[in-house]
Design a protein around this ligand. Structure first.
Ligand code: IMP
Length: 440
């Protein structure tokens, strides 16, 4: 994919996650000097296939798989050091050079009690649960915003500060986790600050050489004319402000989160690529207007291998929601669409596209970023002819069957953004590059 823009690129999911961002970031990493995570934590799951080997990345910026870019975990990420070290070890064992990783000293730390809190809250709320990944994401961001009990990566190398903060956090949390545990009939839970500090200091010792002020690092790179690749985790419709609240994650997972999550000015982002699947998926609770509960849904799930990279949960599957995608394109200022998994849709007589919602107040073409109100809409579909051909070997637009091409053109026309690439399989090479859009 050519990139004439001298400034930086952002890759953002336009749906509810798992759009195949990792594969695109991996392809683009070679053209950039750094790949930067700015939000989320180990809840994200990027799976990238290079040369037939599948790599599962959670916290690690995908660029680490390139032989050029450094990987940066920005201040907006919540880092589970235990999970990160496990990932570093697993990648090293697969022969990946993980030494080009830099972690912001201001990124908040996910500590063992955050995962306990996440799990307990989900169980305690039962019917009202969000269906989180239970990676401690919400509680860690909660402590960041609460302030007094937040622990940052830089604190892992300062035993006094760490002890003070963890002790305070345990004092606060012991009250609520013990009450919740009790009402769930669990054994008494006691959070021990000494034990937690000891583990955290050991993680800090290993990670210390990688911890730095990444805002200075990234702005310095921009000044030197280097190019950054911002790698969104989770996706736009899970954004805490602009997604289907409260069924969202706890960070700004759209492009709007890049500046606060990295310390890089918004004007430094030259190009935004929106990644979308040719259909819809969602993991966890929350509204999904086009969800399929039938054999068609099962078929898409099987063909698309729609099982979570992070939790292994089967994903909810549905027809493409163009109303949602057009909203996401607007929020992110998307310049170009990377369409993924088009090959999964082969073999259906008809394909449906949601082009409006029927709401209790009438028909609308606007997305409704509200968990409750979006749950009350019915999709209005447009039907297109399906295609029977296997697309996995297609490498140019001309090789696409007419019905597949018409489907892509409809997406482009509805969203109003050119499609720059089309994914037809999991491997790096299984991509159709398009210059200037399909309809041109
Ligand atoms: P949390 O981020 O673990 O708090 O989960 C909040 C919601 O976001 C849940 O519905 C998760 O399934 C969903 N979620 C978080 N990260 C991802 C992701 O990377 N892909 C898909 N869903 C995600």
């Amino acid at each position: 994919m050519a990139n004439a823009n001298p400034r930086s690129t952002a890759v953002i999911g336009l749906q509810w996650g798992d759009e195949g961002k990792g594969k695109l970031v991996d392809r683009l990493a070679g053209e950039h000097d750094a790949t930067v995570r700015f939000n989320g934590g180990a809840n994200a799951g990027h799976s990238v296939v290079v040369g037939g080997t599948r790599y599962a990345l959670h916290l690690m910026p995908s660029g680490v798989l390139s032989d050029r870019a450094i990987g940066v975990i920005g201040n907006g990420v919540v880092v589970d050091p235990e999970a990160l070290l496990r990932e570093i070890d697993a990648l090293s064992a697969q022969g990946v050079d993980t030494s080009r990783l830099v972690i912001s000293d201001r990124a908040h730390v996910v500590l063992p009690y955050h995962k306990i809190e996440d799990e307990l809250r989900e169980a305690f709320l039962s019917g009202g649960a969000i269906g989180t990944t239970k990676r401690g994401i919400g509680p860690a961001y909660g402590d960041k915003v609460q302030r007094a009990s937040g622990v940052r990566m830089g604190d892992l190398t300062r035993p006094e500060t760490l002890r003070e903060r963890v002790t305070l956090a345990c004092r606060l949390k012991n009250v609520s986790v013990q009450r919740m545990g009790e009402s769930l009939g669990l054994e008494r839970i006691v959070l021990d600050p000494e034990e937690i500090c000891e583990r955290a200091l050991a993680w800090g010792e290993r990670l210390a050489p990688m911890i730095d002020d990444t805002a200075y690092l990234l702005n310095g790179m921009i000044r030197e004319g280097k190019r950054l690749l911002f790698e969104g985790a989770n996706a736009t419709l899970l954004d805490v402000d602009h997604g289907t609240y409260p069924f969202v994650t706890s960070s700004n997972s759209s492009a709007l989160g890049i500046s606060p999550g990295s310390g890089v000015p918004a004007k430094a982002i030259g190009r935004v690529i929106g990644v979308m699947k040719a259909y819809s998926t969602r993991v966890g609770a929350g509204p999904m207007p086009t969800e399929l509960h039938d054999a068609t849904g099962d078929r898409i799930r099987e063909r698309g291998r729609e099982f979570g990279t992070t939790t292994g949960r089967p994903r909810r599957v549905g027809w493409l929601d163009l109303v949602a995608v057009r909203y996401s394109a607007m929020i992110n200022g998307v310049d170009e669409i990377a369409l993924t998994l088009l090959d999964v849709l082969s073999g259906f007589d008809e394909l449906k596209l949601c082009v409006a919602y029927e709401t209790p107040e009438g028909r609308t073409e606007r997305f409704i970023p509200d968990g409750e109100r979006l749950g009350q809409v019915a999709p209005v579909y447009e039907t297109m002819s399906g295609f029977g051909e296997d697309l996995s070997g297609c490498r140019s637009l001309d090789e696409l069957p007419a019905a597949a091409r018409a489907y892509v053109e409809r997406i482009e026309a509805f969203v109003g953004v050119p499609v720059g690439s089309i994914g037809v399989g999991p491997d790096r090479e299984q991509t159709i590059e398009v210059s200037g859009g399909v309809a041109v």
